[in-house]
Design a protein around this ligand. Structure first.
Ligand code: MG
Length: 285
């Protein structure tokens, strides 16, 4: 930019205007700094760094009031949590789950560790409801952070992304570090929100070669936010396979039957009405 254009831009900024091509924001509000990283590897496609703060923020959509809230489990589903008992869950060390339960919900025991299902499923439909703390505390990745960690390897982010920004591939309903949600369908803090997740497990052949990637479709409060997304591999920061802020890759072959883990990220996030059913893919063809 030449000097004249530089000073012209300062002058225009002072009166709340903006030159074509520069970032636009309200003249009464300073541009918001979004947390993120640009010293991380480039994602496949070469457009964005892992957790790039410049990756576009998904558009906000106001979801319908209830959608699948309180949806009773179908007859062929397994109820993983309906209030009270955590019998279907254990710690990641295989011990009795210690998260707090109250009425019809359970709540993260911050810094007490995540919990995972005792059961495992391949190619499943998962319904769950979650609520982030109200009043909210913290910002960005520190604001109501939890996650659905499939097999402890593939994270669908849980975060309070209602009027709060973070790197797009780390906001609510993102495939963490890989795929921002198509839109931001978050409800305000404290309100119950639904995830309806269709997950297809990855497959390897007898030689240990990956022949099918993991695939997820996610509805957040009834709005499609991931549509048959094919994972690049394990998401970063939740397993030894892919350290935080590094590129995803697949682990050694594992069984298609996988457990569901709820993340303890130090924030008191609530969960209720969790059920799962096999999709029986290929069984009738
Ligand atoms: Mg998380």
């Amino acid at each position: 930019m030449n000097k004249t254009r530089f000073y012209l831009r300062i002058l225009l900024a002072a009166v709340g205007a903006c030159l074509p091509g520069c970032a636009t924001h309200s003249p009464t509000q300073p541009a918001e700094k979004i947390e993120g990283f640009t010293d991380t590897p480039m994602e496949p496609g070469g457009k964005w760094h892992v957790h790039d703060p410049a990756r576009p923020q998904p558009q906000m959509v106001t979801p319908g009031v209830a959608f699948s809230q309180g949806a009773p489990a179908p007859s062929d589903a397994e109820l993983l949590f309906g209030g009270g008992s955590l019998a279907q869950w254990e710690t990641v060390q295989g011990k009795e789950a210690t998260w707090k339960t109250r009425n019809d919900f359970m709540e993260t025991a911050p810094r007490g560790g995540g919990i995972r299902t005792r059961g495992k499923w391949a190619d499943f439909q998962l319904h769950l409801e979650w609520a982030s703390p109200n009043p909210p505390a913290g910002t960005g990745q520190g604001r109501g952070n939890s996650g659905i960690l499939i097999n402890g390897m593939y994270e669908i982010q849980v975060l309070d992304s209602y009027n709060d920004r973070t790197y797009a591939d780390g906001q609510a309903a993102a495939i963490y570090g890989q795929s921002p949600p198509l839109v931001n369908a978050c409800k305000p803090p404290g309100e119950w929100q639904t995830y309806d997740i269709l997950f297809e497990s990855p497959r390897w052949n007898d030689k240990g070669e990956l022949i099918r990637k993991a695939v997820a479709t996610v509805l957040h409060n009834g709005v499609v936010v991931q549509n048959r997304y094919e994972f690049n591999g394990c998401t970063d920061g939740i397993s030894d396979v892919v350290p935080w802020r590094t590129l995803s890759k697949y682990p050694a072959p594992h069984s298609p039957a996988v457990f569901i883990q709820l993340q303890d990220h130090g924030n008191p996030v609530r969960f209720r009405n969790i059920w799962i059913r096999s999709m029986h893919l290929g069984e009738n063809s």
